[in-house]
Design a binder for this molecule. Structure first.
Ligand code: GDP
Length: 319
């Protein structure tokens, strides 16, 4: 796979989101001079003709698909219809529109929840479709598995060098800090921050605190995306993570320390734990020459600064 021409037009679908905005930053930082974003407010990719018209107008050489309906454990459990249908539509429309526009490269982004609930840990790419999924996000996972199949089908039928990458749990600037729909890390950051400001004695963390999760800073993922566009050409999805995990209780303690919360942490076991452990085997991507650079403590500190600057005083608080 030859390195992509830095003047080639790259379309980043979902450029208003956590991942898409980071991918735009990383592409520009890597010297790409013609990066075009697509935000949900600009084009509704769930609409096939709108997607086709938009992508044909951009006429990209490569497409990064970071457009998706995403959310944490509660949002996935509450709204499986939207997580299934919106994601199936967005990705099918985008794949179809990219093929129609003659895009030579396509990078589809999935999620580590595509792997079986009881997959051997760390999770290798070849464990895909070897067992039942975690029930709290199976609708989202099935949609993302269909996206991987979409990429593989375009490869097989049209001979296109399109690829899929599966990031682990992500966090960073631009994250969703809504307490019901977000993932654990931004939720805990906001809970600890607000408890500290109010002087609360305790903060409630969902579940038992024992599930293990791996956290990757979104700027590390974005750097991996740029790297994969240059070097990766294989039908198998490729994992993107750190290969290291922590318990939710350990994460809570780290976030409390970052924020300066010194009160008590209590667990609400009426909330679901989800899958017991989710840590990716990253040996394939490591072998291609990429590795993460931002450690969890450092990433938490910079994300907290972003939260204070952009969310607490900014429009995010009312969005
Ligand atoms: P998952 O990785 O798909 O399970 O998604 P989440 O990031 O939403 O949740 C990860 C784990 O963190 C689960 O065991 C949750 O129960 C736990 N957790 C603890 N407190 C919270 C919280 O305030 N919000 C969320 N979303 N998860 C929490």
């Amino acid at each position: 796979m030859g390195e992509l021409d830095r003047s080639a037009r790259i379309l980043v679908a979902g450029s208003g989101g956590l991942v898409g905005s980071a991918v735009v930053r990383a592409l520009r930082g890597a010297g790409f001079t013609d990066v075009v974003g697509a935000r949900s407010a600009q084009v509704d990719l769930r609409d096939a003709s709108a997607a086709r018209e938009f992508v044909a107008g951009v006429d990209p050489v490569a497409v990064v698909d970071a457009a998706a309906r995403v959310g944490g454990i509660a949002a996935n459990a509450a709204r499986p219809v939207e997580f299934l249908h919106d994601n199936l539509r967005i990705q099918a429309n985008l794949l179809d529109a990219a093929a129609g526009a003659g895009a030579g490269r396509f990078l589809f982004l999935g999620s580590s929840c595509i792997y079986p609930k009881f997959a051997e840990q760390p999770i290798r790419e070849d464990s895909l479709l070897t067992g039942p999924l975690e029930a709290t996000n199976d609708a989202y996972a099935v949609a993302k598995i269909a996206g991987i199949m979409g990429v593989q089908s375009y490869r097989r039928e049209y001979g296109l060098p399109w690829v899929s990458a599966m990031p682990t749990n992500l966090y960073g600037p631009g994250d969703n800090f809504d307490l019901e729909s977000s993932h654990v890390l931004p939720a805990l950051m906001r809970k600890f921050h607000e408890a500290t400001v109010r002087g609360d004695a305790r903060v409630t963390v969902w579940g038992t605190g024992t599930p293990r999760r791996e956290f990757l800073h979104v700027d590390d993922l974005a750097a991996a995306c740029v790297h994969l566009l240059d070097v990766y050409d294989d039908p198998s999805p490729i994992n993107v993570g750190t290969g290291e995990d922590v318990t939710i209780a350990e994460l809570a303690a780290l976030v409390a320390r970052t924020v300066g919360f010194t009160g008590e942490i209590v667990y609400d076991t009426s909330r679901p734990d989800g899958t017991p452990r989710k840590v990716l085997d990253v040996s394939r991507i490591t072998a291609t020459g990429w590795k993460p650079r931002i450690g969890l403590a450092e990433g938490l500190a910079s994300t907290y600064r972003w939260y204070l600057d952009n969310y607490v005083s900014g429009e995010g608080a009312t969005a």
